[in-house]
Structures are given as C-alpha cells and as structure tokens.
Design a protein. Structure first.
Lengths: 400, 400
C-alpha cells in the first residue's frame, strides 16, 4: 500500500514531493485512495468540497468515527506529512479485521483536499469549506501563481466547483474525528516516546510585508539617493528572529518575491511573507507587533513604503478534552507505551474541524524533527506503533 | 522615429520595457532599426554575433567612424537606456545631411545585441563575442530562466548560432566608436550641465552567494534546531551596505532565488546575487572581501553552508585619451556648453570594445538619476543637445 503511493508526485531532482491540489499528482493520489477503498469493499465518495471519503457501514446512521488526514504536500515535502495518517487509517482497519473486531458505529476514512495550501496559498481549504470557515466567495477568489483560480483548477481536474460550500449534514453524522500525523517537531524524540496525543494547536498566522522602494541602477545610483527595499526586508528578517527568541515563539520569512529581480537593479518591490506561531495569543501578538514596529522604523529611515497584510490567522485550538481523555484511557489499557500529551505549532484539518465536531490527534515520533523537507523521516517501528495505537483507539471507540 | 519605437516591448502593467534578447520585442526593435536604415538609404547587415549595422559609405574602406548603442532593456527598464544612443545616431546623421556635410570616412550606426544581459545573465554579449572577450563555448552555455540556451534562442528567432565568434576583421575597419548614452547617475544634474564626456568605467562584478541550510517546518521547528539560510542572507545584505559605505563604493543585492519558497517552510537554499562597483580595483576588492567575510561568519554561526561564485568581472576601463581629448576639442569649438569629463559605474559596449578600438562616450543629463526603471527620464532639450553634440563630433571626426 505504502509502496504504491511513494513514487506519486515525487521530484527526481529534490527527492521531495510536489503533490499540489488539483494537479496530475493530486489525481494520482486520489486514484490510489479510491483503489484502497475498493480493495477493502468500502463505499467511496468525493464530497462537494473535494474531500475523499471511504465508508464501512452507513454514515447516515450517524455518530460515525472518522480517521484519516491528507495526501497533498508542500513544495518538496516529505513522504509522511499527511499520507502517514491515511495509510495508517487503512492499515488500522486491516488490523481490526484481523482481530475480528465488530463495528457498532460507522467508520470513515478521509483524505482532505488541499491541506497544505501549496498552490493557492491558503491551508486546509477542503476542511475549511466543509466547516464553513471559508466562504464560497473567498474560495472563488483563491488564485495560484499562474493566475489560475481554484474553481478553474477544479474544473480542469474534472470536478464541479459549483458545489463548493459548507456541509453541516456531513459533519452532523460524525461523532469523532481522530487524525494520526507524523510529529513535526522533536518533543517525542526528546522525551523518548513513540506516540503522543495532541493537546492544542498554537495560534498562528501569515502576514505579507510589501516593501516598496524605487527601482534604480545598481551601478550608478549613489547610496544616499537609494530607496532600497531589500535593506528594509533584511532588517525585518533579523527583527523577526529576535522577537521570536524573546517570546519563546517561532517566526519565519520563508517566501519572498522581488521586482524586477535583476542583478543590476535596485528592487522596486520586496514582498516577504511572515509565518509566526506562539503558545498563546498574547505572545503571538507581542511577536508580530514587535516585528511590524521594527519593519516600519527601518522602512521609514530608508524612504521605503511598507504595507502589512494579515493573509490568514487561526486562533489557538484546544482539542476536545473528553475525546482526548478517552484516547488516553483506551491507550492506557491496551499498550505499555507511555503516551504523553503535547502541543504543536502546525495547523491541521483536525484543528479546523475542532469547533464543529469532537476531534483528537495522535502523533508518531519524528527522530530528527525535520518536516516539510525531503529529509522528513519516521522509523518503521514507530509507524507500526502508530497503526496499532490507531487501531486500538478505533476499536475502543467504534467496536464492541 | 522615437514615437515608433516607444510602444515596442512596453509592459502595460509597469510602464517599463521588457526588451530581452531574441524575443518578439527584440525582433520588433530590430525591424525598426532596419526600417530606419532603409529610410536613409543606408546599407544594412546583421553580423555573426547578432549586432545590427547600418552603413553610409563602404566600411571596407576602413577607418570608419561608428556610433550607436543598444535597443534591449533590463526587466521593466526605461525608454532611454540604450535607445537614446541609437535614435540620436540616426538623428545626428539627419542633422549632418541638413548641414550639407561631406563624409570623408565611412559612417556606421550600430545596435549591439543583448547589452543588458536580462535574459542570459551576462551583459554585453554581442560586443563581448565580437571583441573575443567571450568565447563561443561560454556563449553556448548561456541559459535563460526557462532553460533555453542562447544558441536555441537565436535559432528560434531565425538566426544562425553557428556563426558566433570573434570578428577582428570588422573591428579592424573601425577607427573610432562613439556611444551616446543617458547618464545613469546625477553628476551632470548636480553640476548643471546638459552633456558630458566619459573618462572611465568603474571596475565591477557580479557574485552569486548560495546559502544552503535545512528545509523544515516553520511552525514546529525550534529556533535552536534551525539552519535558516534566510538569516545569513539578511545579515549579508546589511553587511554589503556597510562595506560599500565605508569604501565610497556601491554594493547591491537586487536578485534572489529561494527554495522551496513556501510561507510555512524554512528555506533549504537562499541564492543572492551581489553587484558591486568602485572607483578603483583596490576599493572593490576591499568591499567584496569584507562582504564575503561577514557572510561566512554569519553562515557558520547558523550552521549554513556558503558558496560564493564570481559570475562576471570587468576591470576598470579607461577610455582612449586621444579620442576623448579630440571630442573635448571639437565640442569646445562648436558649442557654448561646458562639457565636463566624468566616470561611471555602469558597463557599456563601448567599455567592452575599448581595448580593441578607440572608443569614447557622450552622456546626456538625467535630472533624477533614475535608471533601469520605468521612471527613467531625460528632458527633450537635453536630448536635442545630445543629438547636436553627437552631430558635431561625427562632423569633426568624419567630414571635411
């Protein structure tokens, strides 16, 4: 199962994955999901927002237990982020059938569409639309780097964009959603545990900093006559690191766009994107306010205009306490492993859905902490422990 | 004449010009040049390296006087950089015919190909090849951002790349080359003069700084675990400004490439290009050595690898003293204008050719100093003064 998915959307140059929403690689992932469902005799459907579902039992019966994750990737992402949760879902079902488990609740396996937001710049589009956390009008305005809108990309992939929108009936049938995911930091590695349960997702957001200066000749323009936005950008990158260190948070400038981007031209525009997250809202506000203040001071000193736009924001997400405690109780009775509870800085579909339905997450140890990189890794033993833990949880929740 | 050229290759979005070598806009510029030559009864040819020539009289007679410049542009460049020299060449010929001047030497008007290097990253390709300052092998390896090589781009434009190479016979027939160009700084504006004569071109070069770190998740990777090349880049941008200020030179990071360039990914690679120039070689060495030293220190502290590659370098160019003095003498007898002699930080085809044939340059005042920008400007009066001065010079050199 894993072996068939591994080559899909993999770049021979970087070894990383480029599975972007509504591309050929995405279609291949979706075909793989369909085959896995059919091989197990599961009913299969794609919902109005492009999320894929496989069902054991009739979801119309309600109180379904759903597990799964996503199959798309960031640019040059790793093999585990997303796919591990979907592969583990099918593997856990196989394990439960091997155990002879009898299901008393419908079981769903899901592949949420466009979780990473690599193509249209907004993460978790499939779950946001379903939860009503992204309006249809906002979704229609999403545009990729080539100017292709989300509706046109869906059409080109053979899907109907007119069906996009909130799906409360679907959510009403789900009693619990459990997402298994490779950890994206080193907390489990540092504590020496294979498996963890999520407590909360840090609040996080993306801000676009547009520094506008004056394009000019790099060889003939006196330093005193320059309005060079690259200097303001550089000062801001360093300020972001300082502010994050002070607050025990993270802040990153990982994406940049420069105009005209010529070797011998002082730029007219440097556009930098800030990603920042912190354990609580107050810390995050402090970090971002500090970065913006530093950026404005440096821009003003250099005669550079600055616009700061918040492109997305997700408040702190506390996962359902009752479901979290239930997972801890189930795993406590069925495994000898210690299963710590830990927070995370990464966003997930489970976070988006958490204010509509009870959600929980299981993390599998990441020995290097490396994520969103071809070097992302999880040991086979730990992945197997993840499948077993997920099977235990599903059995505890959905079987007699 | 000027009006016909103005719309060619102009971006409606920026108002700037995008006339890159061997593109459709370049072909339109070449058609314009051919029409101007034919309208004046001049013989027309494109040489083996893609430079266009128009001739009054037989160049085989030798000791020709040549004027002209280039028609291509940087990304979103201005209307004057290059075209002013070609338009003024044709206008000066018209002026001399109006004066009834009788030519005793062949007169050539030239449009050098790919002066700005916007597409293939190397400036003055046409004149470098002609002078033997760029080998055929090097030219064949030039590749644009889409992976198209120079030979394939020439072929696609209908030219034969197999003819590329040094052209000493052509250069041997030229007794003097005078290039008129809009000034790219504010020296004439500050001194209050319409026209200047070039003394020298500052030594200048381009260096590529490859900072390689470790791609990772921007939300979950602890600051202490990061190897973020964007931080090393930012420190280096600021170091470049400091070093240039100390040396009275210029240093610019105007072009950047980031991988994977995702909002929530710490970059694996930040590639920045440094353009630096100074009045003399020692100052330039001091600046670049200082920048590289700072870059290495910051990269090492952040666990980032750094490669620095010098992509191009042009030593100081002193224009021919005898020709320069001759220009000053001619203008001194024919105009009341003061014509100062000044250096420049910009490279030109005249600089490339200066160690093969006697070359000189005339500058026209730039009231804002803005260059390589849609806002580049020269006043009509000053352009007319430039045409008159060029006509005076050509008459003094080539007419009885």
């Amino acid at each position: 199962m894993w072996a068939e998915l591994l080559p899909v959307g993999r770049s021979s140059a970087s070894g990383g994955y480029r599975r972007y929403a509504w591309t050929g690689a995405d279609a291949d992932c979706r075909a793989w999901f369909r085959e896995q469902a059919e091989a197990r005799g599961l009913a299969h459907e794609t919902d109005r927002n492009g999320n894929q579902w496989a069902w054991l039992g009739d979801p119309a019966a309600g109180n379904a237990v759903v597990t799964g994750s996503h199959l798309d990737s960031v640019p040059d992402g790793g093999a585990f982020d997303g796919p591990l949760g979907v592969v583990s879902a099918f593997a856990a079902l196989d394990e439960l059938r091997g155990r002879g488990a009898r299901f008393t609740r419908p079981l769903g396996i899901v592949n949420f569409g466009d979780e990473e937001g690599a193509r249209f710049g907004l993460a978790c589009v499939g779950s946001r639309l379903t939860a009503g956390a992204l309006t249809v009008e906002q979704a229609h305005r999403l545009t990729d780097g080539d100017g292709v809108t989300l509706p046109r990309a869906m059409e080109a992939a053979g899907y109907d964009p007119d069906t996009l929108g909130p799906d409360p009936e679907r959510l009403a049938r789900i009693g619990a959603f459990v997402e298994l995911h490779v950890e994206q930091g080193r907390a489990l590695d540092l504590s020496g545990d294979r498996i963890g349960i999520a407590s909360a997702i840090w609040p996080h957001g993306r801000w676009r900093f547009d520094f506008r200066g004056e394009a000019n000749h790099a060889g003939t323009t006196r330093l005193a006559d320059r309005h060079d936005p690259m200097l303001s950008y550089a000062e801001t990158v360093l300020a972001a690191r300082r502010e994050a260190e002070l607050a025990g948070a993270v802040a990153t400038f990982g994406k940049i766009g420069v105009e005209p981007n010529g070797v011998n031209a002082i730029p007219s525009l440097v556009r930098g994107w800030l990603d920042s997250r912190a354990a609580d809202q107050t810390s995050l506000d402090t970090v971002v306010t500090g970065i913006e203040k530093a950026a404005r001071e440096h821009a003003a000193a250099q005669g550079v205009d600055l616009d700061v736009v918040r492109e997305s924001f997700t408040p702190v997400v506390e996962f359902d306490h009752a479901l979290r405690d239930e997972l801890a109780r189930i795993l406590g009775t069925r495994t000898d492993l210690r299963v710590p509870v830990l927070g995370t800085g990464a966003g997930h579909d489970a976070g988006i859905l958490s204010d509509r339905i009870p959600t929980a997450m299981l993390f599998v140890r990441n020995p290097t902490g490396v994520s969103h990189s071809p070097a992302e890794y999880a040991a086979e033993d730990d992945c197997v422990a993840g499948v077993t833990a997920l099977a235990d949880v599903l059995e505890g929740l959905a079987c007699t």
